[in-house]
Write a protein that binds this ligand. Structure first.
Ligand code: PLP
Length: 420
């Protein structure tokens, strides 16, 4: 039921009083595919998908039906206590979908941060080493170890301190920041020289395309050099595909486009169409380093989330969403490049597949306030966008791959109008 404005204001204030920390401009009433309706009856095109969770859209009928069917059977039993078929089916699917021509094993959790934590735990158990190398502007989550791996401090770890003394930061190669692939490799070699022996390093973790950091894609040649470096020193290569995975970049996992396979891959977000599911898939002999009971958790691989994930994977096949991701990506890139030609504030258009962003600059400086103004204007005109990047001046587009062309065009037209 639509609430009055007064009632809504009160709810927003209550949200702040409850410690939510910010006044949410929109309260959601319902959502379907790429459309969201708020409690005031306004309609929005969703170019955010929560945060990158809705590659198959809000409440895809197949996902909804699969979860409803599971709800009619049972909603919970921890896989460590009582087994169920869908958990195993999800693991089998992921063993097949994650790149790498080797035997694999999968373990399931609930959030992306947990997947990252567990990937590091497995790498440590396997190598019997403690160190981990992560990258500048990388993002790996908000739990303590994931936070320590995360490059960006504010707002994630400001005032909270970090967990581990065994994390070393390498530079992520990025033309815009003047960091070449050679510079990035040299920054790892500097770590080996000054901070830790290669034989102290359990893992190197990176996102094939940095998400929260600003949509910077690693190149296949950099990934290949990392692969070689890891092989030379017995280091586990972890691809954090929490945001890039589940088809966003045009392949089910972005590493497929890099010409090498990671030893452990993390996944979460869109894998279960909005239900909390994450996991790691790794080389079987590496995964075997952890004894039974070493991984898992009360809700890890919940039957409801597993039912959703199996439906999402089916939808990808039936609706050919990988090809669609490339189509959507090309459409976004073309429209945003046209906007870049018209509006001097758009300094860059970048990304991989349908994981596309624009970077806003004014007077050669990052323009977070201008970016916030674009987001607010877009919202007023019926479009949900999200920012990211070290300075918050990157606007990302993560439209459901199931959105019809006309709706994507309408969203892009709103984006364009906010710059005028
Ligand atoms: N890793 C990456 C690459 C992410 O983008 C995120 C979330 O944005 C995470 C890990 C953490 O996931 P979660 O918020 O589900 O814990």
């Amino acid at each position: 039921m639509t609430k009055t404005n007064d009632g809504l204001m009160a709810r927003r204030q209550a949200a702040v009083a409850q410690g939510v920390g910010q006044i949410h401009p929109i309260f959601t009433e319902r959502a379907e595919n790429a459309t969201v309706w708020d409690v005031e009856g306004r309609e929005y095109i969703d170019f955010a998908g929560g945060i990158a969770v809705l590659n198959t859209g809000h409440l895809h009928p197949k996902v909804k039906a699969a979860v409803a069917e599971q709800l009619n059977a049972f909603s919970h039993t921890c896989f460590m206590v009582l087994g169920y078929e869908s958990y195993i089916s999800v693991c089998e699917k992921l063993n097949h979908l994650v790149p790498g021509d080797f035997a694999k094993k999968t373990a399931l959790f609930t959030s992306g941060s947990e997947a990252v934590e567990n990937a590091v735990k497995v790498a440590r158990a396997y190598t019997k080493r403690a160190g981990v190398i992560a990258f500048t502007s990388g993002y790996h989550g908000r739990t303590m170890a994931a936070l320590t791996l995360t490059g960006k401090v504010a707002p994630y770890s400001k005032g909270m301190g970090l967990m581990s003394a065994n994390v070393f930061r390498a530079e992520f190669p990025c033309e815009m920041h003047g960091v070449s692939e050679d510079d990035a490799i040299e920054s790892i070699e500097r770590i080996f020289k000054n901070d830790a022996e290669p034989s102290d390093i359990a893992a190197i973790i990176l996102e094939p395309v940095q998400g929260e950091g600003g949509f910077y894609a690693a190149t296949p040649s950099f990934m290949q050099r990392l692969r070689e470096l890891c092989d030379n020193h017995g280091i586990v290569l972890i691809a954090d595909e929490v945001q890039t995975g589940a088809g966003r970049t045009g392949t089910f996992f972005a590493m497929e486009q890099m010409g090498v396979a990671a030893d452990i891959t993390t996944f979460a977000k869109s894998i279960a169409g909005g239900f909390p599911l994450s996991g790691i898939t790794g080389k079987a002999d590496i995964m075997d380093a952890v004894t039974a009971g070493g991984l898992g958790g009360t809700y890890g691989g919940s039957p409801l989330a597993c039912a959703a994930a199996l439906a999402v994977i089916e939808v990808f096949e039936e609706e050919q969403l990988l090809a669609r991701a490339n189509e959507v990506g090309n459409k976004l890139k073309a429209a945003l490049t046209d906007m870049q030609a018209k509006y001097s504030q758009i300094a860059d258009v970048r990304g991989l597949g349908a994981m596309i962003a624009i970077e806003l600059m004014e007077d050669d400086q990052p323009a977070p306030q201008y970016s916030a103004k674009i987001l607010a204007e877009a919202r007023n005109r019926g479009l949900i966008l999200l920012s990211c990047g070290t300075y918050g001046n990157v606007i990302r587009v993560l439209v459901p791959l199931t959105a019809p062309d006309a709706q994507i065009d309408a969203g892009l037209a709103i984006m364009d109008s906010t710059f005028q």
